[in-house]
Ligand binder design. Structure first.
Ligand SMILES: [Zn+2]
Length: 443
């Protein structure tokens, strides 16, 4: 088709023009990138802001002047962030013996934040709730919760169910630590850790019970074998709440192309992590190379603090500050590195299987250039539009895909629960008493 004819058609049929992503000019014909961004329901599946809420008594409505954080109400509004999954992360060494208590304290801090700011934040339990929070003139931030690390359930399926009832809508099967029923990518090469070759039978029951409850199965952080075990057991689509692509940045926290294709088959979604060491190969290499020195510096900082405060407990974020200082010595990657990961996952897994899982407030503030907080999310839409993504595709990436997966997880739960009623308790997705509480010290 000749150029002149395209121009005539475009002039005569503006809708035709609007439907065409402008592959080469860099801007869609009708909706600007800003309009695309502002008309989306934007869902971020991972922010560690929760620890600030609990340990700093951080008020998202009144951040201290010059606050370094990634997420508060003003920043969320500036970036049109619609729904945030607050991470419920329990440090496994520090809270040994008290995982459930710390989990409950973190959950409480999210509720208290909403109670303090009811006009700006709404606890959401479902896709319908997210839409409700964003409807009307006030556009409240929909607050959801995801548990980051299966150790929070203390090997007890009853606790898993209690967390669901408290509003937890995903659980990352493991954090960086292998727990008693699932292997983690974080210590899979450590011979001193007892591994299970993926998920144990109890671990598989946890996945089945999550399906029945309507809690999304999150495979970020898990070892590769755990991923494939989870995907073979689950009856609902899975998510990777904050993982990027290993083909571009060779980190075990990222997903291989084979895993991406398995997620396509499963119908799930991979939410791209913004951490510079996960999205930029040069940054990752430099970050890994300085690890021994950096870890020593963290240790020294903790020891120095303890000497100055005998008997005291060092602040939870002391290591984050040191990590940040060291990370700042490495050149910050360009925003295009992050966009490359979205692009790669959209190509390999498909446009319906990619989203955003920033890891805000959890990545030592080491994000690509231009992304300093949730207020910078519009830059992602701008960059995607410049690469020729249509408004529809951008909406899927910004949140549509996650909403679709969450609805499917809700529908699967309804189906399994209906079957349980029909077939009686014995046939339910859960199994005998022996698996309800996994014996400590076993597999
Ligand atoms: Zn994480």
């Amino acid at each position: 088709m000749q150029t002149t004819r395209v121009l005539i058609l475009a002039a005569a049929f503006p809708l035709f023009a609007a439907a065409q992503p402008a592959k080469h000019t860099g801007t869609p014909h009708r909706m600007t990138a800003k309009e695309i961004h502002n008309s989306a329901i934007i869902v971020d599946t991972h922010a560690d802001t929760t620890q600030r809420l609990l340990d700093e008594n951080f008020d998202m409505a009144n951040p201290p002047a010059g606050d370094y954080g990634h997420v508060d109400f003003a920043k969320a509004a500036a970036g049109n962030l619609g729904a945030e999954f607050f991470s419920i992360w329990v440090e496994p060494e520090k809270f040994k013996g008290h995982y459930a208590r710390r989990t409950l304290d973190l959950i409480d801090s999210v509720y208290e934040q909403a109670a303090r700011n009811p006009s700006r934040m709404m606890i959401a339990y479902s896709v319908a709730d997210i839409r409700r929070a964003r409807a009307g003139p006030h556009k409240r931030l929909a607050a959801l919760m995801g548990i980051e690390g299966g150790h929070s359930i203390e090997n007890d399926i009853h606790l898993l169910r209690d967390y669901y009832r408290l509003g937890v809508r995903y659980m990352t099967l493991t954090w960086s630590n292998t727990n008693e029923w699932g292997d983690s990518s974080g210590d899979i090469d450590n011979p001193n850790v007892a591994h299970h070759d993926g998920l144990t039978e109890f671990g598989k029951d946890v996945v089945r019970e999550m399906n029945r409850l309507g809690m999304m199965v999150d495979i970020s952080h898990v070892a590769d074998k755990t991923f494939f075990d989870a995907i073979s057991v689950t009856q609902a689509p899975v998510i990777a709440s904050h993982s990027s692509a290993r083909a571009l940045t060779n980190h075990p926290r990222n997903m291989t192309d084979e895993m991406l294709r398995a997620v396509t088959k499963n119908g799930g979604v991979v939410m791209v992590n913004f951490f510079s060491a996960f999205v930029d190969e040069n940054f990752r290499k430099a970050w890994d190379a300085q690890a021994p020195e950096r870890n020593r510096a963290v240790e020294e900082a903790v020891n120095a603090w303890k000497q100055q405060h005998p008997g005291g407990e060092p602040p939870y974020n002391i290591d984050e500050k040191v990590q940040h200082e060291w990370g700042m010595k490495i050149p910050r990657p360009p925003l295009s590195s992050l966009i490359d990961h979205i692009d790669h996952i959209a190509k390999v897994a498909g446009m319906d299987h990619v989203g955003l899982g920033s890891d805000f407030d959890g990545v030592s503030y080491l994000t690509p250039e231009g992304i300093d907080s949730a207020a910078d999310l519009p830059k992602i839409s701008q960059a995607l539009a410049a690469r020729g993504y249509s408004a529809n595709d951008i909406h899927k990436i910004l949140g549509g895909n996650l909403l679709r997966v969450l609805s499917q997880v809700e529908a699967t739960a309804h189906r399994l629960q209906a079957r349980q009623v029909r077939d009686g308790h014995a046939e339910a997705g859960t199994s005998p008493a022996s698996v309800r509480r996994h014996a400590a010290g076993g597999q």
